[in-house]
Design a protein around this ligand. Structure first.
Ligand SMILES: [Zn+2]
Length: 343
């Protein structure tokens, strides 16, 4: 079957979810500001310039805007282009994967009631397999689980555990082999990174059985907005290119044959929310050339860097107290959605 990407209408602007064009501009960055978000020019100039050039080639221009759709509330980068493998290898050093997450727990609690181990599950972007390790054989047989993961490290861990893990983009999975095969599909913290949304949801529909479940988690847009409005890190494309809310999930569901049957917003843990905010504010300030935070992060001696960074964070914590007091109980980390494929 021909699985070439469908040419989507919003490729040159317009909301990627509801395809309308009325949108409120939120902010705009040039490619050097975007690159500085991921790699400091003052610290790693060579990598910075490579990244900046690559971001420009992804965007096809020197800048990118973030817009909020006036119809469905979806925030999207324009151009709506996802980061590729080269982008991620330049932008990030590998850090570890989380061992267990709130969205894993909600999905686990649902799956636990499925008393048929022969059902089939696909996890897209499975990390090092933290989620499937908990359900394999106890809830679903290992041989009935398929994962996809781009990182070599994660894929090796999953394969060592005895579960099949593919390097493929899920949109390239063979329909002939897997069309209509899965009872469950999980996509934790993936959707905010991907483009070609219409095609992606059509593909998820094709892979799922009728009545099957799709579990999705994404970052909470309220938390991102709070961070952005109070001097913490921007939700920078082309890493995150879309910010989801209930209405945008409903819209994409309607178009692609899914119905929402459960929707949850994570409750915040004040301490971890405050710590993240302080670190994100420190990092945002460090993007300004010559700032105290920028100078701190240029320190080469690791031991000395740790001490000075700790002091810098301490000062930032004290300065952030008035803002921390304004943090909302709605600002948990993530949103979790349970879709059912319509019959
Ligand atoms: Zn929209």
């Amino acid at each position: 079957m021909n699985m070439q990407p469908i040419q989507e209408k919003h490729q040159n602007g317009g909301c990627p979810v509801c395809l309308t064009y009325e949108a409120q501009p939120i902010w705009r960055v040039n490619s050097d500001q975007a690159a500085q978000h991921f790699v400091l020019k003052e610290k790693s100039p060579e990598r910075f310039f490579k990244l900046m050039a690559h971001i420009e080639s992804l965007w096809g221009q020197g800048y990118c805007e973030v817009l909020k759709c006036k119809n469905c509330g979806f925030y999207y980068s324009s151009p709506y282009v996802a980061g590729d493998e080269k982008f991620y290898s330049l932008a990030y050093d590998r850090d570890g994967y989380p061992s267990w997450k709130w969205e894993f727990q909600l999905t686990y609690l649902f799956l636990r009631n499925s008393f048929d181990k022969s059902r089939k599950l696909l996890e897209i972007g499975a990390g090092d397999g933290a989620f499937i390790k908990k359900i394999a054989d106890k809830i679903i047989l290992k041989e009935n689980i398929l994962c996809t993961e781009f990182s070599d490290y994660g894929r090796r861990k999953i394969e060592e555990f005895g579960v099949n893990c593919s390097l493929q983009d899920f949109r390239d999975i063979s329909n002939a082999e897997f069309g209509g095969k899965f009872d469950f599909i999980c996509m934790f913290q993936v959707l905010e990174h991907i483009d070609r949304l219409e095609f992606s949801f059509q593909k998820l529909n094709t892979l799922l059985k009728s009545g099957g479940s799709l579990f999705v988690s994404v970052p909470n847009p309220s938390r991102i907005e709070f961070n952005e409005l109070h001097g913490a890190l921007l939700d920078m494309p082309p890493n995150h290119i879309g910010r989801w809310n209930r209405k945008s999930f409903e819209k994409i569901g309607e178009k692609s044959g899914f119905k929402i049957i459960d929707y949850n917003v994570e409750k915040p843990i004040f301490f971890s929310m405050a710590m993240e905010f302080i670190v994100f504010r420190f990092l945002r300030k460090s993007q300004k050339s010559g700032s105290l935070e920028n100078r701190i992060l240029q320190i080469q001696n690791r031991h000395y860097l740790k001490i000075v960074q700790f002091l810098g964070l301490l000062i930032n914590s004290i300065l952030a107290i008035p803002i921390l007091l304004k943090m909302s109980t709605k600002n948990g980390n993530s949103i979790w959605v349970h879709f059912i494929k319509n019959n």
